[in-house]
Design a protein around this ligand. Sequence first.
Ligand code: SF4
Length: 62
Amino acid sequence: MYKISNDKEKCIGCGMCVQLCDNWELKDGKGNPKKSKVEEKGCNEKAKESCPVQCIKIEEEK
Ligand code: SF4
């Protein structure tokens, strides 16, 4: 399992993650993961790599 989170203090609300991954939405003007625990990283990894302020975190959980 992977834990997906976003540092909303850093997030600038650009919407890049939303465009790249269907697990992301804008909530109150900030990127928000719809599911915060996922089996596979999938497109969340792409969103993380492309985030201009690198505020997306993906942590492996056992
Ligand atoms: S790509 Fe990064 S800065 Fe842009 S909305 Fe998503 S989390 Fe926020």
